[in-house]
Design a protein around this ligand. Structure first.
Ligand SMILES: [Zn+2]
Ligand SMILES: [Zn+2]
Length: 220
C-alpha cells in the first residue's frame, strides 16, 4: 500500500467503534460516491486476519473454508493495494464484544461468532485516519446458514460466503452500504456486494463488483 507521509503521522489516538449491522438496512445518502466518502479510513499496512472463537454451526471445515474464501475476492482484485493475510486460528479465549476496540491486542481482523440479531456485523476500530482493528461477529444461534462451496443455495438458507465477502468489504474500510448513493444497483442479481441485506437462496455476490473495485482502488 502507498500512503502519503501525512497519513503516517501519529495522531492523537481516539479509538472508537463503528457498528455496521449487516441486516439493519442502514442507508447512507450522498450525491456521488468517492473514496473519501465511502472509505474514510484505511489500513496503514496489509492486515492479518484470524479466526477466533468460532462456535457451532460455523466451526466445521466447510464453514471455515467458506470464511477464508470470503477474503479471496478482495485479495485477487487488490493488486498491490490491500491484502488480507490469513493467520490461522487463535484459541477460544479470544472473544471480544462490547469494548472490543480497547481490549485484547493486535492490529488485525478478528472473526468470531456471537449471538447477534443479524447474520453478521462488523466493528471497525480506528484513529482519526487509520483503521487499527476490525472484528466480525457472525450469528451462531441461527439454523439457516448455508456454509458449502456450491453456489446452489437452498431457498431457505443464507449464503455464508456472501456474508463474509461483504464483511471483508467493511473491514477494508467501507463505512457504508450503497443504498442511497444514487449510482449503484442494489436490486436483484445485479446488486453490488456492499449493498445491505441478502435474499435467502442466492449466492450473489461472492465477488466484488465494479463500484467496490474502483472505490477501493482510489482509497488505497
Ligand atoms: Zn454491511
Ligand atoms: Zn462507481
Amino acid at each position: 500500500m502507498n500512503h502519503p507521509s501525512s497519513k503516517r503521522t501519529k495522531l492523537l489516538t481516539i479509538a472508537f467503534g463503528l457498528l455496521l449491522g449487516f441486516m439493519l438496512g442502514t442507508n447512507v445518502t450522498s450525491s456521488a460516491h468517492t473514496a473519501s466518502t465511502h472509505i474514510p479510513k484505511v489500513w496503514e499496512a496489509d492486515p492479518y486476519y484470524y479466526l477466533g472463537n468460532i462456535d457451532s454451526p460455523l466451526n466445521g471445515l466447510a464453514a471455515k473454508t467458506s470464511i477464508h474464501a470470503g477474503a479471496d475476492p478482495w485479495i485477487a482484485n487488490s493488486g498491490t493495494w490491500l491484502d488480507f493475510i490469513n493467520s490461522g486460528y487463535q484459541d477460544e479465549s479470544v472473544h471480544w464484544t462490547g469494548a472490543a476496540c480497547t481490549t485484547g491486542s493486535g492490529t488485525a481482523v478478528w472473526i468470531l461468532t456471537e449471538s447477534i440479531s443479524s447474520l453478521g456485523s462488523e466493528i471497525t476500530c480506528a484513529t482519526s485516519t487509520l483503521i487499527t482493528r476490525s472484528i466480525f461477529l457472525l450469528d451462531d444461534t441461527r439454523s439457516d446458514w448455508y456454509v458449502e462451496s456450491s453456489s446452489t443455495v437452498p431457498s431457505d438458507k443464507y449464503d455464508l460466503r456472501f456474508v463474509i465477502v461483504h464483511e471483508f468489504g467493511h473491514a477494508g474500510g467501507f463505512a457504508m452500504h450503497w443504498e442511497g448513493d444514487g449510482e449503484e444497483d442494489c436490486t436483484g442479481s445485479d446488486r453490488e456486494t456492499m449493498c445491505s441485506g441478502l435474499p435467502k437462496g442466492t449466492s450473489y455476490k461472492r465477488s466484488i463488483e465494479e463500484h467496490e473495485d474502483h472505490t477501493f482502488d482510489s482509497a488505497y
